[in-house]
Design a protein around this ligand. Structure first.
Ligand code: FAD
Length: 266
C-alpha cells in the first residue's frame, strides 16, 4: 500500500508567548517540531505499509526550507521518501491555499491512502485534511485513532466521538485525519533510523515543478487573512475564603449579594 502522510513543522506551542505590545506571536527562539498529530500518523503509516516491498510511505510538507528537519525526522521514523513544497509563491497561504498546494502535489504522486493529523497545534483549524479530500474527490474519515486493513482495499476505522468510538468502513483510496490516543508520546527516532534517513530520497518542489494554476497558491490563492492575533484578557486575581466552612460560606454569600450575582430571596 502506498501511503502519503502530510506533515507540518510547527513551533512548539508550549513555548509560544504573545507580545503584549504588538499582540503578535513571539516565535523568535522557539523550537520547531514535527506536529505531534503528524508524528502519530507517520508511525501508523509505517505500521500499515508492512514490508518495504509491499508499498511505501511518502511524507509531504509545504513550508520553508527549515521544514526539512521535520521531514528528516519522518524518514528516521521509517518513512521511505520525502517531498518538500517550498517556494516564495506558497508564502502567506491560508488553509484553502495550503490544501490546494498539497492536493496538487498528491495528484502528481501514486497513492492508496492519505494520512493527515487531525489538526496542527499552531493553526489548529483541522481544515486541511478535509479540504484535500474534497479537492481530490476521495472519501474522508476524521478523528481516527485506529486503522485495520481488511480484504486488501478496505479499511476498518475506529474513530473517536464525544461518547466513545465508532467503527466505520471505507474503501481505498481515502483520506484519514488521525487523532492520537491520550497515551501517545512522540518518541525520538532510533539512531539506526537517523543514519538511514540521510540516504533516503528527498525532493524539493517549487511552484513551477508543481505546475497547475499558480493563482491558487500562497497569498493570491487565500480567500481569508489573519487581521489580528491576541491572547484572552488577563483574569483578575480571585478572592479566597479560607476560614471555617460556615464562616467562608457566609462571606461568599455576602460577596455574591454585594456584587449583585445573588438577589435577596434566592
Ligand atoms: C487566514 C489565515 C492566514 C494565514 N496566513 C499565513 C501566513 O501568512 N503565513 C504562514 O506561514 N501561515 C499562515 N497561515 C497558517 C497556515 O495557512 C496554516 O498553518 C495552514 O493552512 C494549515 O492550517 P492549520 O495549521 O490550521 O492546519 P490543520 O488544518 O489544523 O492541519 C491538519 C493537518 O493537515 C496537514 N497539514 C497542515 N498544514 C500542512 C502543511 N503546511 N504541510 C503539510 N501538511 C499540512 C497536517 O497533516 C496537519 O496535521 C494562515 C492561516 C489562516 C487561517
Amino acid at each position: 500500500m502506498n501511503i502519503i502522510v502530510c506533515v507540518k513543522q510547527v513551533p512548539d506551542t508550549t513555548e509560544i508567548k504573545i507580545d503584549p505590545e504588538t499582540n503578535t506571536l513571539m516565535r523568535d527562539g522557539v523550537e520547531s517540531i514535527l506536529n505531534p498529530y503528524d508524528h502519530f500518523a507517520v508511525e501508523e503509516a509505517v505500521r500499515l505499509r508492512g514490508s518495504p516491498e509491499e508499498g511505501k510511505v511518502i511524507v509531504l510538507s509545504m513550508g520553508p526550507p527549515q521544514a526539512r528537519s521535520a521531514l528528516m525526522k519522518c524518514l528516521a521514523l521509517g518513512a521511505d521518501e520525502a517531498y518538500l513544497l517550498s517556494d516564495r509563491a506558497f508564502a502567506g497561504a491560508d488553509t484553502w491555499a495550503t490544501s490546494n498546494t498539497l492536493a496538487r502535489a498528491i495528484g502528481n504522486l501514486e497513492f492508496d491512502l492519505i494520512l493527515c493529523g487531525q489538526q496542527a497545534i499552531d493553526g489548529d483549524t483541522a481544515q486541511v485534511g478535509p479540504e484535500i479530500a474534497q479537492l481530490l474527490g476521495v472519501p474522508q474519515v476524521t478523528y481516527v485513532e485506529k486503522i485495520e486493513v481488511v480484504e486488501g482495499r478496505k479499511l476498518n476505522i475506529h474513530k473517536q466521538t464525544e461518547e466513545g468510538y465508532q467503527v466505520v468502513e471505507t474503501r481505498l483510496p481515502a483520506l484519514l485525519a488521525l487523532m492520537p490516543p491520550t497515551s501517545f508520546q512522540p518518541g525520538i527516532p532510533p539512531m539506526s533510523g537517523i543514519l538511514k534517513a540521510k540516504k533516503k530520497p528527498y525532493t524539493t518542489w517549487s511552484a513551477e515543478d508543481l505546475g497547475g494554476d499558480t493563482s491558487k497558491y500562497g497569498l493570491d490563492g487565500s480567500p481569508t487573512q489573519v487581521i489580528r492575533t491576541y491572547g484572552p484578557p488577563k483574569r483578575e486575581k480571585g478572592v479566597i475564603f479560607d476560614d471555617e466552612p460556615e464562616t467562608s460560606a457566609k462571606k461568599l454569600a455576602a460577596h455574591l449579594f454585594d456584587d449583585g450575582i445573588l438577589k435577596k430571596g434566592e
